[in-house]
Write a protein that binds this ligand. Sequence first.
Ligand code: SF4
Length: 265
Amino acid sequence: MNKPFELEPFETTLADKVAAVSQLLAEIARNHAPAAFANSLGAEDMVLTDLILRQGLAIEIFSLDTGRLPQETYTLMQDVQQHYGLKLRLYYPRHDLIEAYTRDHGINAFFESIELRRACCHARKVEPLARALAGKRAWITGLRAEQSATREALPRREFDEANGLEKFNPLADWSEREVWAYLRNHDVPYNALHDQHYPSIGCAPCTRAITVGEDLRAGRWWWENPDTKECGLHRIPVVVSAEVSESVADVNTQSSGRSQNEDTL
Ligand code: SF4
């Protein structure tokens, strides 16, 4: 008689976590519609993409195309379309904000100061995110507590008061190992830069590979002091040009005072 297959402790934990996240996503789709998943196309977000699409859940999946993404990220968008038959909904920056920013400060001004970097993130990420979340009752992110010290207390569910909607971080308690075990086990497409020591991928000019011993997010805005780096859980004051300032006011009016999370995705 064959012995029953027994899962190793790690696999049991991962199986349990996958079941819990699947259940949570189904509950979000059922009880918090319309809900949206802000897909950064990072490894964690590909886990959530796979789980949402496998279950056929009514959760909108969107990404922000900042206009400065690495080619590998665009390749992944195409891979996602081929693998799942999903045409990602993409939100783009407002051309008037980008034109104002580059006219006033230059094409790569984000290297010059924290303020200009945050202003760029605002025009290319935060403002489009606010439009993407308008009218939604809940949104989902792929954030994990383990990613950095600032995310240690990350809850799986919170009320995003600034945005006025529920926010879910289903992978908050997942380890990096579990993320990659899921991706490998389910043959999920992922960004080729992950195989080149880019654990966290954002815009091309603001992301570099990390070396052994560095924080997972050390490659993001690497020229800035770690103490000044802000993550998606922090609100950041951003005002540089009049156009950007006006857009902030517009967005805040339309979205009940959305926070300016410069690294939400
Ligand atoms: S990550 Fe860099 S290029 Fe992308 S929006 Fe922020 S400052 Fe601009």
